[in-house]
Design a protein around this ligand. Structure first.
Ligand SMILES: *Cc1c(COP(=O)(O)O)cnc(C)c1O
Length: 439
């Protein structure tokens, strides 16, 4: 198999590990689940990234979603430079915040007011605080396999059996901090009903249900329509707020996120990734009667020194304006995503390698799995050794997929059909090699 000259990356990784835990500032970047060394990136250009050894890769990570226009988009670059020249940050209101707020409100149904923060983690954490204040209840329901950032109450794993209060999934999280978090099974309404019953009998009642309507953090696993519609009904019936975490799917699956796939509005919706055009931006928004409880109009405290940062707001604003004025972008991106997963499917079928695939707009996913994947437990049955071999082979051939079977891939607007064909040709070689060496 082709092999990569990555001596500089290996060296740089070793040096980084001396000063940064694990050498990275976010764990999945360390390539632990696929093995090998992460390439150290020096620059990006459109669909491509280049590393310290001068290898160039076709990039299907795109900074984990934000870069829908690819690296170094000229319009976003121009907006950022313009803003930088006016000053990096003021900690005072600017017109860019109002403009971006109006843009999001016009694109996504159910959002009447919105607040900007600097990460998806902050957005979900704050939305949950607000939901608890609004409902005057303490328990929350999240789904196994959904990721909503790294705040304490969300770092939970299911206890044994269905419908349980969560246990901390990370050392350092007191069990007191997760005792209000109930864990349900994705695409399984019965498990949600059990959680609500448990909370009503033994807990404080459920303040909110938070989910990724199109889950992208256990691989790509969309909600089934009946599931999402059922959640909406359950929430209305029990006075529970529905929080749609669209940090990944917002402006990625479609211009209105999950809303062009489902007729379901959240009471609150969270954003991140694309909303910042590549700069650190998160946001949460929703109904006015809920949002107005936020300080300073209400009593629920939430703040941020760099929230609404002008450089980041400008990048996000230009990104959303570009998307709104070129609505066919999503069809283009989706056709490329479909070309990619259909191609992979055909290759795998010819080598008798089981594969499940999925596309939602510019998001794509594939599992080396013989059965459909509807929840986290299904996803875990995937062949992660096969994924690791595929990932390594593709990386050596110059294609950068997310270094885990349980992540989503992203198409950017500078990709085209010829590029996808090129990727499929490489995938054919890699999978041929894997299948001939398989015992
Ligand atoms: C990425 C992500 C987050 C966390 O966002 P950060 O900016 O990394 O804090 C939350 N929810 C979902 C659905 C995400 O994909």
């Amino acid at each position: 198999m082709e092999s990569l000259d990555n001596l500089n990356s290996i060296n740089d990784f070793n040096i980084a590990k001396q000063v940064i835990p694990g050498g990275v500032n976010s764990p999945v970047r360390a390539f632990k689940s696929v093995g090998g060394t992460p390439p150290f990136i020096t620059k990006g250009n459109g669909a491509y990234i280049t590393d310290v050894d001068n290898n160039t890769y076709i990039d299907f990570v795109q900074s984990w979603g934000p870069l829908i226009f690819g690296h170094c988009d000229k319009d976003i670059e121009k907006a950022v430079i313009e803003s930088v020249k006016n000053g990096l940050s003021f900690g005072a209101p600017t017109l860019l915040e109002t403009a971006l707020a109006k843009e999001v409100i016009s694109l996504v149904d159910g959002i009447e007011k919105i607040r900007f923060v600097s990460s998806g983690t902050e957005a979900t954490m704050s939305a949950i605080r607000l939901a608890r204040a609004y409902t005057n209840k303490e328990d929350i329901i999240k789904f196994e396999g959904c990721y909503h950032g790294h705040s304490d109450a969300l770092l939970v794993s299911a206890g044994s059996g269905l419908a349980t209060f969560g246990n901390p999934s990370s050392p350092g999280v007191p069990s007191d901090f997760t005792k209000h978090t109930l864990i349900a099974t994705y695409n399984d309404l019965k498990s949600v009903e059990s959680c609500i019953a448990l909370s009503n009998s033994k807990g404080s009642g459920v303040a909110c249900i938070i989910l990724e309507p199109i889950a992208g953090n256990m691989g790509l696993v969309p909600s089934e329509s009946e599931f999402l519609e059922g959640l909406r009904l359950l929430c209305d019936k029990h006075g529970i707020l529905l929080i749609l975490d669209e940090v990944m799917s917002g402006f990625r699956a479609s211009l209105s996120g999950s809303q062009s796939f489902y007729k379901v509005c959240g009471d609150l919706t969270t954003f991140g990734k694309v909303i910042g055009g590549g700069m650190p931006v998160g946001a949460f928004g929703g109904r006015d009667d809920i949002m107005r409880l936020l300080s300073p109009s209400g009593a629920v405290y939430q703040a941020g020194t760099l929230s609404g940062n002008p450089v980041a707001m400008h990048a996000g604003l230009v990104a959303l304006q570009k998307l709104r004025t070129n609505p066919t972008i999503y069809q283009h991106l989706e056709s490329l995503a479909l070309q990619l997963v259909k191609g992979l499917q055909e290759i795998c079928t010819s080598f008798k390698i089981p594969l499940q695939t999925c596309v939602r707009g510019s998001m794509f996913g594939f599992f080396f799995n013989a059965n459909p994947v509807k929840n986290f437990q299904d996803a875990l049955k995937s062949d992660t050794k096969m994924f690791a071999a595929f990932h390594q082979g593709m990386l050596n051939a110059g294609v950068y997929f997310a270094p885990s079977q349980f992540e989503t891939g992203f198409i950017c607007t500078t990709m085209d059909s010829k590029l996808i064909d090129e990727v499929l040709e490489k995938a054919h070689k890699v999978l041929l090699e894997i299948s001939t060496h398989r015992i």
